[in-house]
Write a protein that binds this ligand. Sequence first.
Ligand SMILES: Nc1ncnc2c1ncn2[C@@H]1O[C@H](COP(=O)(O)OP(=O)(O)OP(=O)(O)O)[C@@H](O)[C@H]1O
Ligand SMILES: [Mg+2]
Length: 332
Amino acid sequence: MIEVENLTKRYGPTLAVSNISFNVQEGEILGFLGPNGAGKTTTMRIITGFLSASSGRVRVSGFDVAEQPLEVKKRIGYLPENPPVYPDMTVNEYLAFVGRIKGVPRSDLKKRIGEVSEKCAVANVANRQIGKLSKGYRQRVGLAQALMVNPDVLILDEPTAGLDPKQIIETRELIKGLAGHHTVILSTHILPEVSRTCQRVVVINQGKVVAVGAPDELTARLQGYGTVLVSAEGPAPEIIGKLQSVPGVNLVEPREAAESRVTLEVHVEKERDVRAELARAVVESGWKLFELKTSGMSLEDIFLKLTTHDLSEGKPAPENPPVQQDAAPAEN
Ligand SMILES: Nc1ncnc2c1ncn2[C@@H]1O[C@H](COP(=O)(O)OP(=O)(O)OP(=O)(O)O)[C@@H](O)[C@H]1O
Ligand SMILES: [Mg+2]
């Protein structure tokens, strides 16, 4: 549905987007995740045809954005970072205005406004001036205008930025409900956003794709090995020796010791679940087992790992594990 191929954008000497490639399938919600200045807005503006690329290309429903921008614009609803809403217009007037400039037939206009107002929960403020609405409502009006032409593709640039927690949840639900009917790219620099809303994530940093995958897939891929925390009562060196002998265990490290109770970090081979064996090893040796749990890496940790750079060197910190780039070809 959306194909981004070797896209590069320079603003004078600034390389904002550097040779990025990814695809979005029909009906999918793709999270476009990256810290401030990563190149999210730039990429989205190129996809929507508002900005031209320095090199590379973008196709939407098979149409090249640079060659057939009108065909592309017809199929895209865009919620920019700062939606250009007109403060003096009422919500209805604004949606009618957007519908007219986007070519919604006059006879359909009223019906369409009704539908998008309903969908985005702005029907109750239809006759209020946009400038007097809360930020959350203004954002929903922005979404409503993006939906006016019932677009195949929706490009949403940080749709929940600046909203309060209740509004964030409502907006997320709204966006989730759009999957299947629309293909969505949603940018954010907040992690929970992607795990809650998106099926797949493209992580970018400093203009480059650093990872692509499902939120939980990224977690698994970056873990390298699993860690199990074991809390037991007994002689620490013996417990460590015993757990070390369980097949699949790479390393056992003490994390905490209080009186006779120890908490150990057991590093196990990738994709091996040895929790039952660990429990048995403790209990059959006559020690008390208090707790046993996997300690995965949170998306938060992963994001830091992916995007933390040694700024003095300008290259990834050495502990960064290599990340497979599904949709991104090797740099050239
Ligand atoms: N019009 C412009 N002229 C010059 N440089 C620009 C322009 N727009 C963006 N940049 C630079 O390009 C890089 C990418 O910016 P972009 O706005 O795409 O990032 P972003 O990921 O959307 O960030 P944010 O999370 O802050 O919105 C930044 O270094 C930014 O300073
Ligand atoms: Mg931005």
